[in-house]
Design a protein around this ligand. Structure first.
Ligand code: NAD
Ligand code: MG
Length: 396
């Protein structure tokens, strides 16, 4: 039987890489549904190529435009309008697997729907887990879903851990997440105030969406990933470490009680963790180039506490602070950061002010232990309003 897939966010960087892997294995995978926010023409092209039953767009006007173009091309795909459509698709009884490749908290509701419906849930959308936290995990347990990480670090950790999760706490000493350090790893911290959106989005090793590119430049991406690792692997936050590894060859590592370290290596190509998530526990061809150790010149590492990195990347430690604070604080941090990044990309605040927004919002909003989707969405909205006020003050 073919695995039936829904790809939420199919027009993005992860979405298109997913379809690239899927197209290599027509005998294994069938695309049942696709979704995008606004990119009508690319979604139309994907519909022509993969012939999904359903396609969703974020607004009524985009949905109408896509439906017209599908009809002009005699394509039978039925068009739905998000946001409700995303939950409908994610929990559709004819779907086995949901690739969650939407960016930001907008992906939380469909992720929860897929989790409750017991799907195989491939999670690229790290913000959904950072916002959802325990509520997300409870939905996975209650629905009997299979949650598989797509973030390259978490896929690496998952590949380096024993198969049986009940052994993890007893055997594992710590998890070491690698970070490239992004485009500003060697830049003088005092000059970060002059960074433009174009500079922030030019990552040395990975080609990604704009939001995660800015997060990589501030290292807030690594902060979100530390939180993601905490929820995915259940270890104590003190067991989560970050080391800078500029070449992005080691994607992360697990150190065991006996000091033995198991790591996953590869070229920086998201099709590897995507193919692993799609085929787990099997392995299929991903399209990525293999590492060539004869030409690999060096792998280097830097302490995040040295070389001025603490001044350059002050946002990183917010991960541990948020994890130590009341439940829901990671959702506040995520909302603040989404607003701050959007304001930076819109040239309303400076690059170095992203941290100021995140810090001030964490101080302004104390969550009341959200335990439902509605409570999480209300907290997310509250944090965005608080962040908006900080942004307005800074941008004035
Ligand atoms: P992207 O911006 O390239 O794509 C985002 C996709 O989501 C697009 O298809 C867009 O149409 C859709 N979308 C955006 N906002 C939406 C909304 N409000 N409602 C419905 N759909 C919406 O982003 P990306 O780089 O592909 O990243 C997607 C997710 O994967 C992010 O959470 C990111 O952190 C994570 N991730 C990405 C990479 C990478 O290499 N790109 C690596 C690891 C993790
Ligand atoms: Mg990552």
């Amino acid at each position: 039987m073919k695995q039936r897939l829904a790809v939420l966010g199919s027009t993005g960087s992860i979405g298109t890489s997913t379809l690239d892997v899927v197209a290599r294995h027509p005998e294994r995978f069938e695309v049942f549904a696709l979704s995008a926010a606004t990119q009508v023409d690319l979604l139309l092209e994907q519909c022509a190529r993969f012939r999904p039953r359903l396609a969703a767009m974020a607004s009524a006007s985009h949905a109408r435009l896509l439906a017209e173009k599908l009809a002009q091309n005699s394509l039978p795909t039925q068009v739905l309008q998000a946001p409700e459509a995303l939950e409908l698709i994610a929990s559709h009884e004819q779907i086995d697997t949901v690739m969650a490749a939407i960016v930001g908290a907008a992906g939380l509701a469909p992720c929860l729907a897929a989790a409750r419906a017991g799907k195989r849930l491939l999670l690229a959308n790290k913000e959904a887990l950072v916002v959802g936290g325990e509520v997300f995990l409870e939905a996975v347990r209650a629905g009997g879903a299979t949650l598989l990480p797509i973030d390259s670090e978490h896929s690496a950790i998952f590949q380096s851990l024993p198969e049986d999760p009940s052994t993890w706490t007893q055997r594992v000493e710590k998890i070491i997440l690698t970070a490239s350090g992004g485009p500003f790893r060697t830049r003088a911290p005092a000059t970060l105030r002059d960074v433009t959106p174009e500079q922030a989005c030019a990552h040395p090793n990975w080609s990604m969406g704009r939001k995660i590119s800015v997060d990589s430049a501030t290292m807030m991406n690594k902060a979100l990933e530390v939180i993601e690792a905490r929820y995915l692997f259940g270890l104590d936050p003190a067991q989560l470490e970050v080391v800078i590894h500029p070449q992005s060859i080691i994607h992360s590592m697990v150190q065991y009680r006996d000091t033995s370290v198991v790591a996953q290596l590869g070229t920086p190509d998201m099709r590897v963790p995507i193919a692993y998530g799609l085929s787990w526990p099997e392995r299929v061809e991903s399209g990525a180039a293999a590492l060539d150790f004869r030409t690999l010149s060096a792998m280097t590492f830097e302490d995040v506490a040295e070389h001025g990195h603490a001044q350059r990347f002050p946002g990183l430690r917010l991960a541990w602070e948020a994890l130590a604070a009341p439940r829901g604080t990671t959702a506040v941090l995520n909302a603040a950061n989404e607003e701050a990044v959007a304001a930076f990309l819109a040239r309303r605040i400076r690059f170095d002010q992203i941290y100021a927004v995140n810090r001030a919002t964490l101080e302004a909003v104390v969550p009341a232990q959200p335990d439902t989707l509605a409570a999480l969405l209300a907290l997310d909205a509250q944090a965005r309003r608080a962040a908006g006020q900080v942004i307005a003050r800074l941008g004035a």
